[in-house]
Design a protein. Structure first.
Ligand code: CA
Length: 258
């Protein structure tokens, strides 16, 4: 097995009393995951934990990542029924599976993945109202950044009104020297691309990078829980870029902006 170097860190932030984020790494699966829970009575942290554990368990049992994410949605709804959490709880998820230098990235909601190759590129696309407004040309990047409703996501795992979440899927290949950053919005809301890039350019060591990213978000206010996972390409990764984009969405939008 090629050596994959990574660091994973979650932090409650400055203003919150609970950490509703949940991060998980399974080296056997090459799985790296950030879930950002929501819901009253501390049930957000129940939802993100159920999601992370279900995805890991189902993948260990042989399920493909997207299927495991669908099953996590069911498991959260079941968690409400059984009283483990409370009604309305849900979670985002962004999950990366690395096999050699090939990766699969899947996500629901607005937890993000970025590719770092000396430049920062967001490779996930938020399932958010603001992203829709951006895509349809109603607002520009600067307006998106400061939009008052930027935390509204139109789907999450556990939402009972959804039969099944739309899981976005991206496949690609990591090249020598590249890294993938997974994060919750506690990082990406506090730091813009330039600020994230400055941190990533400042340091090679993944542990120190994760700490520096969390510290930078806390310096900007730390208004939400902050989770980061930084994963380096395997040492024997190839040099040639190739990327295939796929999406399991059937074009069915669950929310249409005005
Ligand atoms: Ca959050």
């Amino acid at each position: 097995m090629p050596v994959v170097d990574y660091a994973a860190l979650t932090d409650v932030g400055v203003e919150r009393e609970h950490n509703e984020d949940y991060i998980a790494v399974n080296e056997q699966l090459g799985l790296f995951l950030v879930a950002d829970g929501m819901g009253g009575h501390a049930s957000g942290e129940v939802a993100s934990r159920i999601a992370a554990q279900t995805i890991e368990q189902r993948m260990l049992a042989g399920a493909p990542m997207v299927q495991a994410i669908m099953q996590a949605h069911e498991a959260i709804i079941e968690g409400v029924r059984s009283g483990e959490g409370s009604r309305g709880m849900g979670t985002t998820v962004v999950a990366l599976q690395l096999e050699g230098d090939a990766y699969q990235l899947a996500w629901v909601g607005d937890s993000r993945a970025y590719l770092w190759d000396g430049k920062l590129k967001q490779i996930s696309k938020d399932h958010s109202l603001v992203q829709m407004l951006l895509d349809s040309g109603h607002i520009n990047e600067a307006e998106a950044r400061d939009h008052p409703r930027k935390n509204i996501i139109y789907q999450n795992l556990g939402a009972e009104e959804q039969d099944a979440p739309q899981v976005s899927l991206l496949q690609g290949q990591l090249h020598k020297g590249e890294k993938i950053l997974l994060c919750s919005d506690g990082l990406s809301d506090e730091l813009d691309d330039r600020q994230i890039s400055e941190v990533l350019a400042s340091e090679q060591d993944n542990d120190r990078l994760a700490e520096a990213l969390v510290a930078a978000a806390n310096r900007q206010g730390g208004s939400d829980n902050i989770s980061v996972i930084v994963v380096s390409a395997p040492e024997d990764a190839g040099e040639q870029p190739e990327q295939i984009e796929a999406d399991n969405e059937s074009g069915r939008d669950t929310l249409v902006p005005e």
